[in-house]
Design a protein around this ligand. Sequence first.
Ligand code: NAP
Ligand code: GCO
Length: 261
Amino acid sequence: MEMKDFSLEGKVAWVTGASYGIGFAIASAYATAGAKIVFNDIKQELVDKGLASYKEAGIEATGYVCDVTNEEQVEATTAAILEKFGKIDILVNNAGIIKRIPMLEMKASEFRQVIDVDLNAPFIVSKAVIPSMIKNGHGKIINICSMMSELGRETVSAYAAAKGGLKMLTRNIASEYGQYNIQCNGIGPGYIETPQTAPLRVPGHPFNEFILAKTPANRWGKPEDLQGPAVFLASDASNFVNGHVLYVDGGILAYIGKQPQ
Ligand code: NAP
Ligand code: GCO
């Protein structure tokens, strides 16, 4: 093995929902590793915000307005990317939402909305991109799963169902397309400091204390903690890793939790 195996030089990476948060951190790491960056968001003003953030970071990115749950928009965006760059080497299905509602109070439409973004959309986007990866003889698909791919908790029934399904979609894409030199893996972040978890991180909030007690690292994760694992799974260094979910959680899944003092 050589260190160049970790390089993404000359690669084209599409990270969905990457104007900010985890997606932005992963795309920024890919740019550092040499990749050309493509991202999408659901609204033009968010794409513009993302472009400004990438520019501020010295990264030349290409942004598209695309709702990942909309198959026509995804197909049109895929065609536009292929037209501009000629290929998509790396796809990160990052876009996601969560609704924290007790199951008995959750409307079926709210449940469906979470499943649509967090599970149906990775299917739609992967289905649009895989044919070009087959044609190119290689591809990397990375699905942003969750600890809720393994565990449940109160109020996140839709999210856990979606992320559990995303783990199995990851394994199925790996199974069905590994023969074309396409590797599909997941990243399972722990509790990460992003807008999505801001409501849970209020100092003194019971959940904040709970997560710190459940994490051997005794801290919330940062989007930057995901960058190395994401580069590894997008690089040639992981060409024989397939159908795996790499948990980047500070050890939460391994730990029963700090005993009350
Ligand atoms: P975030 O801050 O809420 O960002 C999510 C991104 O996805 C936003 O840019 C959002 O755009 C975009 N998005 C949502 N629905 C979309 C759609 N239909 N089409 C296109 N883009 C859409 O979330 P995050 O914390 O960075 O999380 C990113 C991923 O990591 C998600 O899949 C999440 O489930 C997962 N994750 C997060 C954590 C954590 O602790 N933060 C842990 C494990 C897994 P808008 O602003 O327009 O909605
Ligand atoms: C929650 C959190 C988690 C994290 C993440 C953990 O409400 O429990 O939002 O779901 O976002 O998915 O891996």
